[in-house]
Design a protein around this ligand. Structure first.
Ligand SMILES: [Zn+2]
Ligand SMILES: [Zn+2]
Length: 187
């Protein structure tokens, strides 16, 4: 997934890409670890344009994946997508910032990261790594099939979206009893 910088015209460029998963080793690693399975390719729609010596890529990356709901353990499919603005440059602009160290002003250099820039060499920009990073950050840490999912009863394991059980009130009363004991001990 390369952008040829020399061929980039003033008017910019529209990207509409489908990239196979094989181009994203970290996503494959995540799938291998079992936390989700990716379905189909990664799609990227983006505008690419030059601003002075910088190349800006602005768009949306998405991939479909199946997750296991962290509440009810059912499998469900969901699209993982991320809006992004990536700014690439060959060298960092000269920016000096004054930092106070032990009461004395010192010049400090900002890193590419500090400035939100990505460095590249040569005539080509490889988008894969940054897009991959965007998608990894967009993955849910606790996937939920539905915000309203009630999940499984922690005691009898019944799916509370499909049925109800008598465990819940009991669990609450047990907690109340424990709380009462605690108060008694404290006084
Ligand atoms: Zn669920
Ligand atoms: Zn139950």
């Amino acid at each position: 997934m390369f952008i040829s910088v020399d061929e980039l015209k003033e008017a910019g460029l529209l990207l509409n890409l489908e990239e196979p998963l094989i181009a994203f080793p970290v996503l494959i690693e995540i799938a291998d670890s079992g936390s989700c399975q990716f379905v189909g390719p990664v799609t990227i729609q983006a505008k690419v344009f030059k601003i002075h010596e910088m190349v800006v890529v602005e768009g949306l990356a998405a991939v479909c994946a199946t997750f296991t709901c962290s509440r009810c353990l059912k499998e469900f499919e969901q699209s993982v997508s991320s809006d992004f603005v990536l700014t690439y440059c060959r060298e960092l602009p000269q920016v000096e910032v004054e930092v106070e160290v032990d009461g004395e002003e010192e010049g400090a250099e900002l890193s590419a990261d500090d400035m939100g820039l990505i460095l590249f060499d040569g005539q080509k920009i490889d988008l894969s790594e940054s897009i991959q990073e965007q998608l990894v950050m967009a993955l849910p840490s606790r996937p939920v099939c539905d915000e309203k999912c009630k999940g499984l009863c922690p005691q009898c394991g019944v799916d509370l979206d499909l049925a109800s059980c008598d465990c819940r009130p009991q669990a609450v009363s047990l907690k109340m009893a424990a709380l009462k004991d605690f108060k008694v001990k404290k006084t």
